[in-house]
Design a protein around this ligand. Structure first.
Ligand SMILES: *Cc1c(COP(=O)(O)O)cnc(C)c1O
Length: 395
């Protein structure tokens, strides 16, 4: 199952638990609760029943017949996470953590959110399970993402606007940590990607692994062989770890993580932690991050809010160092081109995050030729981005 070691490190080097003392016991309690749940078939039965009836899984596998039209190019396949309830892969994880919160007897869920997608996914499961949800969000993001704030409120969540620091995700995360430390007994902290202190990166991966398990079976059934290449965008890295997990032991299958280069890796306006960052500690774990030579977390830029994060999950750092996965990047412009192409040629408006993966998948399909079978994780749908794209292109 590729578990990190007892101290929470992948490959002995990435991960860990860099948290204040009060949270150390909270993490230990979470790990005990998680281990008990993971060993209990009734927990997984409940999880899979909700994924089926509430989320709409299994998500389909679709051949993208027109995305790359050159004769002799590789086939491209989409794993349709955009068709999930709430429009992305994030719900797979919040369903799992919501059930765990209930099982552990926690009366309240907290979460932090940047663009609001994780906040909505958390508020959604809170409503379904009847657990109150408090969402922390930077004041600037509350303003920029007013629609998601409205949806969270519709779902019954309380949204707390965080006015400290840069008033964005970083500050919201600090506030959520503070709130957790203050009310450890009755509070479950739902983290939205494979980041944070152990056991979060492992736990979130296990909840997203369903993507890879389904996709592997679907490709085998339909094509009688495994894909040659699997491609996913990487922000914190949860949709990528989810699909990679299904193929991690199939050593002939190449795994590609696509980071957001923003304006370009050299331009400095980037969010590509593995390609342009260095090793350090952020939000409780040791991994790659974008930082200044003095170790201050850098400001990041990406056209896509979901990839605009200075860190990356520790297991990706390990997969990069071990060579099992390869990490490339796509610029804002490349992603935007892929976004339009997917809309026009496949009838799917993808999330801007997913468009980064599509940009690389197109390149691969042309290079590989007819032998290739390229599986892309279409992590989410693009409705949430249409206003932003329209504004960009009117200028
Ligand atoms: C949040 C989000 C991402 C980035 O998160 P990961 O943890 O890297 O998967 C990617 N795609 C969509 C659609 C998202 O909403």
């Amino acid at each position: 199952m590729h578990r990190p070691d007892a101290r929470g490190y992948f490959g002995g080097a990435f991960g860990g638990k860099f948290v204040p003392e009060v949270l150390y016991e909270a993490l230990a309690e979470l790990e005990r609760g998680m281990d008990a749940a993971f060993a209990d078939p009734t927990f997984w039965n409940e999880y899979h029943a909700l994924l089926r009836d509430f989320v709409g899984r299994p998500s389909p596998l679709m051949e993208a017949t027109r995305l790359v039209e050159e004769a002799g190019a590789a086939k491209v396949l989409f794993k349709r996470e955009d068709l999930n309830h709430t429009g992305a892969h994030k719900i797979n994880n919040t369903v799992g953590q919501g059930l765990l919160a209930r099982r552990m007897g926690k009366g309240r869920i907290i979460a932090e959110t940047g663009a609001g997608q994780h906040g909505v996914a958390t508020a959604t499961i809170g409503a379904k399970l009847g657990i109150p949800v408090d969402v922390y969000m930077g004041a600037l993001d509350v303003e920029r993402q007013s629609l998601n704030v409205f949806v969270m409120k519709l779902l019954g969540a309380q949204v707390h606007s965080v006015t400290s620091g840069t008033q964005t995700l970083k500050d919201a995360t600090n506030e959520a940590f503070r709130e957790w430390a203050a009310r450890v007994e009755d509070t479950f902290y739902v983290i939205g990607s494979v980041v944070g202190a152990h056991p979060y990166p492992f736990m979130v991966r296990e909840f997203q692994k369903v993507i890879g398990i389904e996709a592997r079976a679907q490709v085998l059934e339909r094509y009688g062989r495994l894909p040659t290449d699997v491609v996913a965008c990487v922000g914190g890295g949860s949709n990528a770890m989810g699909i990679f997990s299904g193929f991690i032991d199939d050593l002939d299958v190449r795994l590609w993580g696509v980071e957001a280069a923003g304006h370009g890796l050299d331009a400095g306006d980037t969010a590509a932690s593995l390609n342009a960052g260095s090793i350090g500690i952020l939000h409780g774990s040791r991994s790659y991050l974008l930082q200044t030579p003095e170790g201050q977390v850098s400001n990041t830029h990406s056209i896509s809010a979901g990839l605009d994060y200075p860190g990356v999950g520790p297991e990706h750092a390990f997969l990069k160092e071990s060579g099992r996965a390869t990490y490339v990047s796509a610029t804002d412009e490349e992603a935007l081109r892929a976004y339009h192409r997917c809309a026009e040629r496949e009838g799917i408006v993808p999330a801007l995050e997913s468009a980064h993966a599509l940009a690389h998948a197109q390149k691969l399909a042309r290079e590989l030729g007819g032998k290739g079978l390229v599986l892309v994780n279409l992590s989410g749908r693009g409705d949430k981005d249409t206003r932003q794209v329209a504004a960009l292109e009117e200028r």
